[in-house]
Ligand binder design. Structure first.
Ligand code: GLN
Length: 536
């Protein structure tokens, strides 16, 4: 089709309504009709990217194949659409300003006063349209972070207003709001929605479609009332009721013809309703599962499940494809001790040791790993989790008592995990880790090969420290197999213990490329091993 159409998704009333899920669901429905779709997120904060943010701030930092540290919503986009996103799919206010300031320093503005309108808004519009022109998408869906009325998001909203004029019929605005239920009055309230739409209108944008987020199903009358007050066609007000899984949202939107409404408004022939077969098959599997797998996730950000978003979703997908209900338990690594580890982990079917940075909670990860190794509980270590597997093995099997990563102790006598030469002189923290997709060659006779079933894989990385190959021989002789290496640098990317049922650590992040219709083999294999082990 090309002649790219632009769909903007804004949010009002409160944050955390799930704009990302609505954007991803809409994208999924359009993609199911055969269109080429991409989704972009505009984040109103000043950070250049979320790479330097603490997970407590915005949850997990997602990584794209081209090595961009991105907002976690890009993870949803990939899990729904099953197509990769890139650096261009996530723009922050910081990056917009940085580009404009760089241009100003180069003299590109020819002596003009540089202002928010038009220079910042021009840069925002350029970044939105770039996706359409550079990659030839039929639809670019742009999610505007934050809530309308925020000071921070004003330049983004203003850019959308301008683009509506420039793009005319090729542009549409979807606004997501919240309809609260007041228990004392036993009523849902539409006033916040009305105010939110007024706010958007006062910023120059009339929404074309409204999505009402609600905990209780809304009746036709409420929807009609909102349409009337907000200047929106009656059938263009849809609702998003709480569902048991986010993966049901596309189906819920399809039932309300959201994609048809949008196609019609854009003047595109609607065509037959797509079946969404693989998607529905996944949902059926999820619904029909009766048996459970108990998985522990050992990490230090357990108070905030968003910090491990992609891992949670990957485990859920893998459990579903193994016909199991995922029963995930977050175990705070700071609280694991040799005294309580038995109580915490003995009735777990499998254990995942999470990625992370810094010293806090690290000793608990060693204790957990020693326990799962000695008790042969299926274990998956991811990034820092894999590094901890190596350290724990060096300490307790090779008897190198003070073995460590130089991240935790720069003076350790046994640097089993260490900085790469290229990393040693880096002082800037932003965007300087080993980031993005790297190839990894698997050893034929290994657990890794048995799950991936090919000898060359590609997975995404986000770390500074590496397995120190000086210890490779010693570790291998003691029983730790290095089953995956980077074919160019020889860096060890996977370790495993062949004498155990399933004990494997990966330096990369397999969770970044596990999607609903294409789950990552490593998670599938891990859960399968857990299920098989349980049967015995
Ligand atoms: N902190 C470790 C490193 O930088 C691991 C990072 C991670 O788990 N993503 O190498």
């Amino acid at each position: 089709m090309a002649n790219t159409k632009y769909i903007f998704v804004t949010g009002g009333v409160i944050s955390s309504l799930g704009k990302g899920i609505i954007a991803a669901s809409l994208g999924k429905l359009l993609q199911a009709r055969g269109y080429k779709v991409t989704i972009q997120k505009l984040d109103p904060y000043i950070n250049i990217d979320p790479g330097t943010l603490n997970p407590y701030e915005h949850g997990e930092c997602y990584v794209t194949v081209d090595g961009h540290e991105a907002d976690l919503d890009l993870g949803h986009y990939e899990r729904f659409l099953n197509t990769p996103t890139h650096k261009d799919n996530n723009i922050t206010t910081g990056r917009i300003y940085q580009n404009v300031i760089d241009k100003e320093r180069r003299g590109d503005y020819l002596g003009k006063t540089v202002q928010i309108v038009p220079h910042i808004t021009d840069e925002i519009k350029r970044n939105i349209k770039l996706l359409g022109t550079k990659y030839d998408y039929d639809f670019v869906i742009t999610e505007i972070g934050g809530t309308v009325g925020d000071i921070e998001s004003l330049p983004f909203i203003e850019s959308v207003r301008q683009l509506r004029w420039e793009l005319g019929k090729n542009c549409i605005c979807v606004h997501l709001t919240y309809v609260p239920y007041i228990a004392a009055a036993k009523e849902v309230k539409t006033k916040p929605t009305q105010h939110s739409v007024k706010q958007l209108q006062s910023e120059g944008i009339q929404p074309d479609v409204l999505v009402l987020r609600t905990e209780h199903k809304l009746n036709k009358e409420i929807l009609r009332k909102v349409a009337l007050f907000c200047n929106v066609e009656a059938d263009a007000v849809v609702q998003s009721v709480d569902v048991s899984t986010i993966y049901e949202v596309p189906i819920m939107m399809q039932e309300q013809n959201m994609d048809e409404i949008i196609l019609r408004k854009l003047g595109i022939e609607v065509g037959p309703k797509p079946e969404m077969k693989p998607w529905r098959e996944f949902l059926d599997k999820k619904k029909n599962a009766t048996k459970t797998v108990r998985i522990a996730l050992v990490g230090k950000y357990v108070e905030l499940p968003d910090a491990y978003k992609s891992i949670n979703e990957s485990l859920l997908q893998a459990a579903t494809y193994n016909n199991r209900i995922l029963d995930l338990h977050y175990i705070h690594s700071e609280k694991v001790t040799s005294e309580n580890v038995e109580k915490l982990l003995s009735d777990m079917d499998g254990v995942v040791v999470a990625p992370g940075f810094g010293q806090r909670g690290i000793e608990g990860k060693f204790v957990a790993l020693k326990y799962t190794r000695e008790h042969d509980i299926p274990t998956l270590g991811i990034c820092l989790g894999m590094q901890c597997m190596v350290i724990e093995y060096a300490r307790n099997v090779l008897n190198l008592d003070e073995a460590n990563s130089t991240e935790m102790n720069p003076h350790t006598p046994f640097k089993v995990i260490d900085l790469m030469e290229e990393q040693k002189n880096i002082s800037n923290m932003g965007g300087t880790m080993r980031l993005g997709a790297y190839k990894c060659k698997l050893e034929k006779d290994s657990l890794a090969y048995s799950v991936y079933k090919k000898d060359m894989i590609e997975e995404r990385h986000r770390h500074r420290f590496e397995f120190n190959s000086d210890y490779k021989q010693e570790l291998e002789q003691a029983g730790m197999k290095c089953s995956g290496v980077n074919p160019e640098t020889g860096l060890v990317e996977i370790v495993e213990l062949p004498e155990k049922k399933w004990y494997l650590g990966v330096q990369f992040h397999p969770e970044y490329n596990s999607t609903v219709v294409s789950p990552n083999p490593l998670f599938l294999g891990f859960i399968k091993a857990v299920v098989d082990n349980k049967k015995k």
